[in-house]
Write a protein that binds this ligand. Sequence first.
Ligand SMILES: *[C@@H]1O[C@H](CO)[C@@H](O)[C@H](O)[C@H]1NC(C)=O
Ligand SMILES: *[C@@H]1O[C@H](CO)[C@@H](O)[C@H](O)[C@H]1NC(C)=O
Ligand SMILES: *[C@@H]1O[C@H](CO)[C@@H](O)[C@H](O)[C@H]1NC(C)=O
Ligand SMILES: *[C@@H]1O[C@H](CO)[C@@H](O)[C@H](O)[C@H]1NC(C)=O
Ligand SMILES: *[C@@H]1O[C@H](CO)[C@@H](O)[C@H](O)[C@H]1NC(C)=O
Ligand SMILES: *[C@@H]1O[C@H](CO)[C@@H](O)[C@H](O)[C@H]1NC(C)=O
Length: 372
Amino acid sequence: MLLQWIIILFFVFSKEISGREIYTPGDDLKSHIISPLPYEVILAHHGLSDDSISPNDVLKLLPREFSWGNVSGKSYLTHGLNQHIPQYCGSCWAHSSMSSLADRIKIARNATGADINLSVQFLLNCGSKSRLSCHGGSAIRAYEFIYDSGYVPYDTCLPYIACSSDSTNGFCPKADTTCTPMNICRTCTNPTKGGSCAAISEIPNASIAEYGNYNEKEVFAIMAEVYLRGPVKASVNAGPLQNYTGGIFLDSPSNRNTTHNHGVSIVGWGYEESLNVQYWIIRNSWGEYWGEMGFFRIELGKNLLGIEAHVSWATPGAFTENNFPCYKDGSNCQPSRKYIDPVNDQGLLQRRLLLRSKIGRTLFEKTAPFLD
Ligand SMILES: *[C@@H]1O[C@H](CO)[C@@H](O)[C@H](O)[C@H]1NC(C)=O
Ligand SMILES: *[C@@H]1O[C@H](CO)[C@@H](O)[C@H](O)[C@H]1NC(C)=O
Ligand SMILES: *[C@@H]1O[C@H](CO)[C@@H](O)[C@H](O)[C@H]1NC(C)=O
Ligand SMILES: *[C@@H]1O[C@H](CO)[C@@H](O)[C@H](O)[C@H]1NC(C)=O
Ligand SMILES: *[C@@H]1O[C@H](CO)[C@@H](O)[C@H](O)[C@H]1NC(C)=O
Ligand SMILES: *[C@@H]1O[C@H](CO)[C@@H](O)[C@H](O)[C@H]1NC(C)=O
């Protein structure tokens, strides 16, 4: 019996170590969609419907080349990423999902102001119930987690340290990655002058409005999503990526292995005239020394390396542009934002009653003419 458990645990554990991106049945069905999808909007714009047009014709509705890294000479992409420093961490799912969301915020801001970078470490510290860790996770579960939590902090609250509570790599055994207020957003003042660290309660953050998935049968929908809204997260077989040194992954038997184990972000597509091939332009999170300055390209429309099979997207809800100004030591954050129950505050109670009298046209109306 004990041996049985050891064997089961070994398989569960070893599977997690090797797979950095771990989907569980049902993940691809997770979604929260209220608005029409970009491909529906584009079809409607042309007076077309899903079944009145062939898949090939549909692709002609979009430009042959389009990348958020170069829209009329301007980049809407946030900074390059490296998930494996200060030590190895299987957080591809977090980097790819958060960079896609941060790029969409940058697009919404027309690439003005300093970039807003979202905290990957928040997902590692707080997402364990959604099975998000350095041993793997999934973008759609990360999006769902942020949607349910209501926010993801900016990374100046909580920078990336490449640790989760189940990681034994590097300095991780000594790092506190529990989901406490201090491990969501913190500040520290000089300890030699009696300072210490404190949690911040008014957190610059972004929320998520909607999220969903596409698969390899919906290539036009994926392109429309990227084109109208911004980068999406995709999954890929990372085997052939290990020793990639640039160029386009083209259709070949070895590139048809769609076993997915890695998360990346599609930021656009291009066209190679000499090959008459369209390709995806994809952001990886292995540093700028890898690939083409951290990016790679792969032929589009053939689900090579599984690139079109597990695409996830999210739209931002709100994002902080005017922060609530806390002091350096973390004080002054809370009081004025704290909810005050009118039933416990006489002055507020009076004002509320007068307000009600105005709206409700009750008998208080005549005694409160100043409200008009
Ligand atoms: C951006 O694209 C234009 C063509 O649209 C090209 O001329 C230019 O070199 C590109 N810039 C970069 C930085 O790739
Ligand atoms: C965004 O920036 C471009 C220049 O890159 C400018 O032409 C355009 O008017 C801006 N749009 C908004 C909404 O600020
Ligand atoms: C986001 O990251 C970039 C590059 O590291 C940096 O220039 C920018 O200031 C960061 N933004 C924030 C709000 O931390
Ligand atoms: C397909 O790719 C996976 C993951 O990289 C690898 O483990 C497996 O051996 C490959 N299968 C074949 C038939 O090459
Ligand atoms: C990548 O290159 C290294 C060093 O040459 C080699 O040991 C390794 O087997 C290669 N990996 C793959 C997946 O081809
Ligand atoms: C997130 O930001 C919004 C405003 O941008 C703010 O109202 C909200 O309190 C913030 N959430 C947290 C948890 O601080």
